[in-house]
Write a protein that binds this ligand. Structure first.
Ligand code: GLC
Length: 421
């Protein structure tokens, strides 16, 4: 494979081609709707061509916010035959049809970047004023509904909520979930090779959970009490924490003192609790299986994200930096989603090994915050090599750099514009 410099115009062209009028699909075919964290990251690509269009991405997303503040992970704006499970399976059809779970809360961080660095100040002031109440309600929802006992650690009810769908970290917790007893037709395998996608055994359980929320009428109390999958997802917790920090800064800028005080209390609870997830052995934080009441030993890109959140103390940061240095040395193309020493590592299968550029970007942001500029830059160079070698794919084989999953992918294009170019 020959490397060529990043073609920024081609990246903008991908965003334009994936634009469905106010929102950007992750890629044509495989993902024909609006996904929450894709959309937030994609907005940061848009802003370099068209700031109004970047703000619109958020406006359209927040139109799908639930009354209780939840921001769904998918908004099904239009019907499409190329994706399963669609709106009929989820069954959440009040307002814009949507999924019934959320995704990592990157919105506040992305919108703060958009706001702080905006060239059109009037537009930024206006849009941020409109969006801020929804953002606050979204973060309040996480702390209120997903941490009812005020432990400081929000719980996740679906592997898809992590955004890292089939990470080996979820294997054992998911294996405890019953399987569904009805037939269904997956659509992803019509677009992508089966060896780059999750197995059927996983899908049967993903769908059980989807059905479980619907059977429970999306009642938060019942789901919190009975959901057969309950995980403290360190990626989700870290991304939420960083998002809340950015949200507090926005609240301060907009004189919303009561909101920023409350959110600061939420942050303080997480800071007090996070030590429970640290592992001296693994030299990083770990996910936690709440039902089994034990830490999940897999080292994945999520387990170093507390760097991005500012949740690590200096010693922990140094340990994670050492881990990342080795990790980066062990793969040729940036940090693989699962550590290569894991027996469950597969370099080309979705979240079990491939390199995802937006996650490398988040880790690099964290490294910079802790003063490890040089290592952050090494990640950038390694991530750039993926695009130079293979173009704007969904994810990349950690060993060959070959593009995997969907092509012409929005967040890969956006990260290339915003970080790599
Ligand atoms: C997959 C990914 C998830 C992403 C979605 C759309 O489900 O695991 O992180 O948001 O695709 O790209």
């Amino acid at each position: 494979m020959n490397a060529s410099p990043i073609d920024v115009q081609a990246a903008f062209e991908i965003l334009r081609n994936n634009d469905r009028g106010g929102y950007t699909v992750p890629t044509h075919g495989l993902y024909p709707f609006q996904w929450s964290w894709d959309s937030a990251i994609t907005a940061l690509g848009w802003r370099h061509a068209d700031e109004a269009r970047a703000w619109e991405e958020a406006e359209v997303m927040f139109r799908g916010q639930w009354d209780n503040g939840m921001l769904p992970h998918i908004l099904f704006h239009k019907d499409a035959e190329t994706y399963f499970p669609g709106p009929d399976v989820w069954g959440a059809t009040d307002g814009i049809p949507s999924s019934a779970i959320s995704q990592p809360a990157v919105w506040a961080t992305c919108l703060r970047m958009l706001y702080d660095e905006a060239k059109d100040r009037d537009l930024a002031e206006r849009k941020m004023t409109e969006l801020l109440p929804g953002l606050i309600r979204y973060h309040d929802w996480w702390y209120r509904e997903r941490d009812r006992d005020g432990t400081g650690l929000v719980v996740s009810f679906h592997p898809w909520e992590s955004g890292m769908d089939n990470s080996p970290a979820w294997d054992d917790a998911l294996a405890r979930v019953p399987t569904i007893d009805w037939e269904y037709q997956r659509r992803d395998l019509g677009h992508v090779d089966a060896d780059e996608r999750p197995h059927k055994t996983e899908y049967d359980r993903y769908l059980y959970l989807v059905d479980f929320y619907k059977q429970n009428g999306f009642d938060s109390d019942a789901i919190y009490r009975d959901c057969p999958y309950r995980v403290l997802d360190i990626g989700l917790i870290a991304i939420l924490h960083r998002g809340t920090r950015d949200l507090v800064a926005l609240c301060d800028a907009f004189d919303r003192k009561a909101d920023s005080d409350r959110l600061r209390d939420d942050m303080a609870r997480t800071e007090a609790a996070i030590g429970k997830l640290w592992s001296d052995d693994r030299r990083c934080f770990l996910n936690y299986d709440v039902i089994a009441d034990e830490p999940i030993e897999e080292v994945t890109t999520a387990t170093v994200l507390p760097l991005y959140a500012g949740l690590a103390n200096d010693d922990q940061a140094q340990e994670m930096v050492d881990l990342i240095r080795e990790w980066e040395g062990a793969t040729s193309f940036a940090i693989s989603s699962t550590h290569p020493s894991s027996s469950r590592y597969e370099p080309q299968r979705y979240w079990r090994g491939p390199v995802w550029l937006h996650i490398n970007w988040l880790i690099a942001l964290g490294l910079k915050d802790y003063g490890y500029e040089e290592l952050a830059d090494r990640l950038r160079v390694a991530a750039r090599k993926c695009v130079e070698t293979s173009g704007f794919f969904e994810y990349f084989d950690a060993e060959s750099g070959a593009g995997c999953g969907g092509d012409d992918f929005s967040w890969t294009a956006a990260v290339a514009i915003n970080w790599l170019a």
